[in-house]
Design a protein around this ligand. Structure first.
Ligand code: TRP
Length: 352
């Protein structure tokens, strides 16, 4: 039986962090043997909020860094396809056609659009058509390889929902072509080092997969803990304390974490000792990731070759779906009918 397909990816705006890893990267690594995987470097999505020439000039380097993080996390380029969205002309084509299968109010209601606008310092009046269409472009990404599963963070769940609606409408209107894709969302977002709900580069509260051991120590030691605990002998709160949230997520020694929590609650351990433990745990977690990215980074041009080869492979798949889409909609036959008549005339004139 043919394998089912995954499509997911990220906007190339910087390096990936622990939140990306827990939210989606580790799912991709885990599922890459079971599914045929396509990972998109979504540079067209970046344009919806940042499209100056200078921004675009950053894309290649950002893409390289992001792909190094993918590879470091364990994505295997010999079995998975990593490709550059803007190099696939079918993406632009499909996005335009899918735009007619969803209403403007449906898109305008999405909180994610408003959030992205706010983050880019736009007000409602200056939201471009393209940003409103962000989920339609994402639907094109997902439907182009006819993906079955989309591992994403919670913030993207609504976009996969829109994709399902669009796919159903397409299938009803033009005939079955697209599988209805499922999202795969795991757990709550990882809090930031400052205790905010979400680790996010724009909030400056992240630990990057590419941070070295000293950077990790520094970031951990400046972490927010329990603000009411001004001395180590005061009983501390574990719940909502990001240091313990991280230990829960990354420390393989669950018994050790439980002991540490008990001592923290009893006021029998200082923040520094807990943070030392977390530093050790995170660096042990990151070491194999660092090693793998260093392996790829050391070979000049290898990351570019991975993106390039993946993009060329992907073009075949994109081309095939787009031919099917145009055939199903009847767009192909519009031009064919005109072409047939025109060719007939040319032939007749050539004979005369
Ligand atoms: N919207 C995703 C983000 O927040 C990036 C993305 C673009 C994506 N196309 C996708 C994710 C398709 C999953 C599937 O960065």
């Amino acid at each position: 039986m043919e394998k089912k397909r995954i499509l997911t990816g990220d906007r190339p705006t910087g390096r990936l962090h622990l939140g990306h890893y827990l939210g989606s990267l580790r799912n991709r690594v885990r599922l890459q043997h079971e599914y045929e995987c396509y990972f998109i470097i979504a540079d067209l999505h970046v344009l919806t909020t940042k499209n100056s020439k200078e921004d675009i000039a950053q894309v290649a380097d950002n893409a390289r860094g992001m792909v190094l993080d993918y590879l470091g996390a364990g994505i295997d380029p010999t079995i998975s396809t990593i490709f550059l969205q803007s190099a696939i002309h079918e993406t632009y084509e499909l996005a335009l056609l899918l735009g007619d299968l969803v209403t403007v109010p449906r898109l305008a209601r999405l909180p994610s659009i408003k959030e992205m606008a706010r983050a880019a310092l736009m007000d409602e009046e200056t939201i471009p058509f393209g940003l409103l269409g962000y989920p339609v472009l994402q639907a094109a990404d997902i439907l182009l390889p006819r993906a079955h599963l989309v591992p994403v963070g919670k913030d993207n769940q609504a976009h996969v929902e829109i994709t399902r609606e669009i796919a159903r409408r397409f299938n009803n209107q033009y005939g079955e072509l697209f599988p209805i894709p499922d999202d795969l969302v795991e757990g709550d977002a990882l809090p930031g080092t400052d205790g905010q709900a979400k680790m996010s580069k724009s909030l400056g509260n992240v630990i990057f997969l590419s941070d070295d051991a000293a950077a990790v120590r520094k970031r951990v030691h400046s972490m927010y803990t329990d603000p009411n605990r001004i001395r180590a002998d005061i009983p501390g709160t574990v719940e909502g304390n990001p240091v313990f949230t991280y230990l829960d997520q990354f420390d393989p020694d669950k018994v050790g974490v439980d002991e540490l929590k008990a001592r923290y609650r009893a006021g029998a351990v200082g923040d520094v000792e807990v943070k030392e433990r977390l530093t050790e745990v995170l660096n042990a977690f990151l070491d194999p990731i660092r090693e793998r990215s260093a392996y790829y980074a050391a070979q000049s041009g290898l990351v570019d070759e991975i993106i390039y080869d993946g993009t060329l492979r992907y073009r075949e798949i994109a081309g095939e779906t787009m031919r099917e889409v145009k055939k199903a909609m009847g767009i192909t036959s519009t031009f064919n009918r005109i072409a047939r008549k025109a060719e007939e005339r040319k032939k007749k004139l050539a004979k005369a």
